[in-house]
Design a protein around this ligand. Structure first.
Ligand SMILES: [Zn+2]
Length: 492
């Protein structure tokens, strides 16, 4: 009987808005980190890429060599010290294991930056390759928002991205990568990977894979897989426009079974399709200015019960106040403002206690683009440290930790002030506090695409409002320095 397979598993992930000041340090990544055997026990059964890796390896009877795994979600850059630390931990683990393992599975987001690096994930796979050698397969799972460089696909043997945004298939993406690696190690397939980069980037708000023409392009990728048995896997990476890096934007990655020409044909066809669809992918007609968006929300909310969603999508750190300030000024509607990130204001309200009436200046702390601090006066409905098990489409079963949290009711507006960076994307911001979303005329969200799984069916309308924070729909307003020439929509 053949010796059982043994595969190393690790992960290091952050989606970086490179324009934001500051950088996430080791202590930030450690809050989300698993080390050693905790990589296996912590991720097993979770809806993450690592959970998908372990699911397949367990089922296939493959031994796991755990490295380190930390996924910080979205934010600004990683500090260079943090990058070097986790690259070091991954490499140390591989040096210990390299004589005993047959392959490597990594989860790397694909849109991380550091203050001095524009392609840190490439440096990670290069370092891994330097340790394990050319012959050992290194397979990677990445986020749909990865900015994949051509060099990355030369160093990694195969790359697998989420198919959907909202990311409802994170674990399944891990399973795709793990299944392919196990099959390759058993000699059943010989993966070859081809990347094409159409010269297009999109604001995150329009990377929702339910909206045509992107939904049609994703479906065409599936059709290529279905119609060509030699194609093992296709990923259409939408990229992340708020990371100012040379490889920013779309990538099409095709993994084929030995047939590079077939992979190239599929990748060329899909990349051409993205290029030809670039104007309609940008959906400029769907973006409203602040006044128009709020006007329309007021008009629609007067007609029937149930919420209108106002989307302050340009907010990257959950503290923008442009729409809140306008809603405060107008009044007269029942408005929910879930998960405004403001630990300082939350602490003051918690100190006052439930039932107290407080006046607070909230939000607007991350940069001068986030909007003014807004003064609110209201009754404290809830005050305390809040965590719960998620019930929504994307975070079902995840433990969500809001930290010290205060729920304030001003009469018009119910606002939850939280101390940790958590997006409101489902109904838990209501359910977990004894509220009903249907009691509100307007819900102010900051999500880009992930809210759609839950809110598309219940919202009377979703209104995308462009505000001046660091994630705008109008990408031409950002101070890019590294974007390559000819990149749409900077050049059009
Ligand atoms: Zn993403």
């Amino acid at each position: 009987m053949a010796k059982p397979l043994r595969i190393a598993v690790g992960g290091f992930a952050l989606e970086s808005v490179s324009f934001l000041p500051g950088a996430a340090g080791i202590e930030d990544f450690e809050k989300a980190a698993y080390h050693g055997d905790a990589v296996i026990t912590g991720l097993r059964g979770s809806q993450s890429p690592g959970g998908g890796f372990i699911d397949v390896l367990d089922a296939e009877g493959v031994a796991i060599a755990p490295l380190v795994y930390t996924d910080l979600g979205a934010g600004g850059s990683a500090s260079d010290a943090a990058f070097e630390h986790y690259r070091g931990l991954l490499c140390d683990g591989l040096r210990r294991e390299k004589a005993r393992i047959d392959g490597v599975l990594l989860f790397l987001h694909g849109a991380m930056t550091t203050p001095t690096r524009t392609d840190p994930e490439l440096e990670i796979v290069q370092a891994v390759r330097g340790i394990v050698g050319e012959a050992m397969p290194v397979f990677v799972a990445s986020d749909l928002h990865a900015n994949v460089s051509a060099g990355f696909c030369e160093v990694a043997d195969a790359l697998f991205g989420y198919h959907y945004s909202p990311h409802t298939d994170m674990d399944e993406t891990g399973r795709r990568a793990a299944r392919a690696l196990v099959r390759a190690l058993r000699g059943e397939i010989e993966p070859v990977t081809i990347i094409r980069k159409p010269n297009v980037m999109l604001p995150s708000i329009f990377t929702a894979t339910s909206i045509p023409p992107l939904s049609d392009i994703v479906a065409e990728g599936f059709a290529w897989e279905r119609d060509h048995p030699g194609i093992l896997d296709i990923s259409i990476f939408c990229g992340f426009a708020y990371a100012d890096v040379p490889q920013v934007g779309f990538s099409v990655v095709v993994v084929a079974d030995g047939d590079a020409a077939l992979a190239a044909r599929a990748a060329d066809a899909l990349a051409d399709r993205i290029w030809l669809s670039r104007e309609s992918l940008l959906h400029e007609d769907m973006v409203l200015d602040l006044k128009t968006g709020v006007d329309r929300a007021y008009a629609i909310s007067a007609t029937a019960p149930g919420p209108v969603v106002l989307l302050e999508h340009a907010d990257r750190l959950n503290d923008s106040t442009h729409i809140l300030a306008e809603l405060m000024r107008r009044g007269g509607r029942r408005v929910a403002v879930p998960y405004l990130l403001d630990p300082r204001a939350a602490a003051i309200a918690i100190e006052a206690g439930e039932g107290a009436t407080v006046t607070l200046a909230v939000g607007g702390w991350s940069s001068d683009r986030a909007g003014p601090k807004v003064e609110i006066t209201g009754k404290v409905l809830y005050a305390g440290d809040k965590s719960y098990r998620g019930t929504g489409a994307m975070w079902n079963g995840y433990t969500i930790r809001l930290g010290p949290t205060a729920l304030i009711d001003t009469g018009d507006i119910v606002i939850s002030l939280v101390s940790r960076y958590v997006f409101a994307i489902d109904l838990d911001p209501f359910k977990q506090f004894g509220l009903d979303v249907m009691d509100f005329d307007i819900v102010l969200l900051r999500s880009k695409t992930h809210f759609r799984a839950v809110y598309e069916p219940i919202a009377k309308e979703i209104l995308i409002v462009d505000t001046p924070d660091w994630g705008p729909a109008d990408l031409t307003t950002l101070p890019y320095r590294n974007a390559r020439p000819g990149l749409f929509p900077l050049d059009r």
